[in-house]
Design a protein around this ligand. Sequence first.
Ligand SMILES: [Zn+2]
Length: 564
Amino acid sequence: MKLSYLFIRTLKEAPADAKSTSNKLLLRGSYIRKVAGGIYSYLPLCSIVLKKIKKIIREELETIWAQEIIIPLLNPQDLYPPVSIKKKEGSFYFKDRSGRTMSIGTSSEEIITDLISKEVRSYREMPLFLYQIIRVLRDDNKAKGGLLRPKEFFLNEIYSFHTSIEDLEKGYKKICEVYLKIFKICGIDMTVLPSYSEDGYEGSKFLIFNELGDELIYVCPECGYMATSEKTDFFISEETFIKEESSPVESVFTPGKKTIEEVTAFMGEEPTSFAKTLLFKTDGKPVAALVRGDRELNPHKIKKLLNVKKLEMADDKLVEKVTGAPVGFAGPVGLGKIPVLADLEVKNMQSLIVGANKGDYHIKNVMPGRDFNISHYGDLRMAATGDLCKNCKKLLEVKSAFKLAEGFKIEDKYTEPMKATFFDEQSKEHKIIMGSYSLNISQTMAAIVETHHDENGIIWPSSVSPFDVIVLLLEPSDEKQKEIALNIYNFLKKEGVDVLLDDRDSRAGFKFKDADLLGIPLRITVGYKAVKEGLVELKIRRKNKNIVFPVQEVISEVKNLFKM
Ligand SMILES: [Zn+2]
C-alpha cells in the first residue's frame, strides 16, 4: 500500500475527551474516529489489525476442531419460551413492523441451543465446539476508555456441547488454553481469575489491569492472593461486642427518601448506622438479607449460605407483597415467617436504622433479637476498601481491570428448558451440557496498544501490525530516491512482506513522526544517502535503534529480521 492512497489523517494531539492511552493513540494514528460515546468508526489501518486478530483466533480455534458458523443477529423474542422471556441486560429491544419484539446484537445461547436440540442426536457427535465472530451491540452506560469498553464491537463467541460435566470441564480447560495462547500471540499478558457468571455459574475472567477498568480486583501485596470482587474472601474478626440495651424503636418520617444516600443525607446519620434490607427469591420463596448501609451484598455468598442453586432479586411486586410498603422502605421488623439473613458486621452494630415496611418511614434504635430475629449470620458482603487478606491479614489493594474474555460452565441453563438432549450408548436420553465463552476483539486491539507503546506512538507486535515494514521516501521529487524506494517496496511485496510506502509529498520530520505514531515494527528510510552513498537506514520501532545498510543488503536484512 502507498500512503498517498491510504485514507488517513493523523492528529498531532488527541481530542481532549480521550482518556485512555489506547484511545489517544488510536485516534491520533487515524485508526479510529469517534461517532459517540463507545461508538467508533474503524478506519482502514484498524480494519487490517482486526483482520489479523480474527485470523489468529480462527487459526487457534481450528486446532481444537472448533467450527465457524454464522447465526442471526436478529433474535425474535417469542421463539423460545420460557428462556427468552427474561430480558438480557445490555441488549437492544425493538418491535418490527408486525409488532413482534426482537432483540439485536445480544448473545446467541437460545438460537444455538435450539439448533443443537434439533440437529444433535447421539453422544458420538460431542464434544462439539461452534464459534462465530460477530458484531455485537451493548446498551452500556459504562462505556469509557474508547475501545476498552465500547458499545459496539467485534466479538468471538464459542459454545461447547458435552455429554457430561466431566467432559465440559475438559472442553472448558481447552478453550481457556486457546484463549491464553491467542492473547500471548497478540502480546498481551493476561490475568485469569475464577469468577461467576451473572446467574452464578462457575467460570473465569481474562483481565488486564488498567486504572479505567470497571472490574475490581483485590490483591494482597504480601502473599499474592488475588481475586475478582465477587470471589474475594477477606479476614473476618471473630470478636463480637457486647451490646447495651438501646432505646425503644422510634419511627422517623422520611418522605420519598428511598436510597441509602437520600436517607443518610436526610437524617444526618452515617451509612454505617444503617442496615440495608434486600429481598431475594429462591425456589419461589422470599428471603431477606441485611448488610451495613455502606456495604454491598454478594448474592453468591447468600446462595452458599442457603445452599441453593438459584437466587433472584425479588421484583417490585414481591417486595410490595412481602413488606406491605412501596419499594425503598423494606426492613427486617415484622416480616413474619420470612427467613432473615444478616452479614456478620450487622452483629456488631449497636443498633440499626432500617426501613419501616411502611411508605415514607424508617425506624431507628432497632436491635436484632429484641425487635426481630435473624435466622443466619454469615459473611454475605462484597469485599471493600480496607478489608484485610484472609491469609496474612495485610491490607488488600484494590485494582481496576478490564475484562477482555470470559468463559462459563453454563451446564444445563439452556438445554434443560429447551429440551436439548442426546442418546448414550445404551440409547438412554440425557441433557446436553454446555459451556459458553467470549472474547472481545475490539477491546483486545485496544489492550495491545495499552501494552505496546511509548511516548511517540504505538509499537505493534508483528503478529497484529497492519504492515510489517514502512518505507519512507524522504524526497519524492528526487527521481533517483523514488526509484530506490520503489524498488525496495516492490521487492518486499514480492517476497510476501506487508509493506507501506510513505510517498507523500510532505516534510521528512512529519514522516518520521507518523511512522513512530503508526507503530509499524520496521522502518526503512530512503534519503539522499541512498543516492549518494547507496545507504539506507533501518529502524526497529521497538528498539528505537537506527542501523545503516547498503541498499542491496536491505532485502536479506528484512528477511532475516522476519525470519523468512
Ligand atoms: Zn495475603
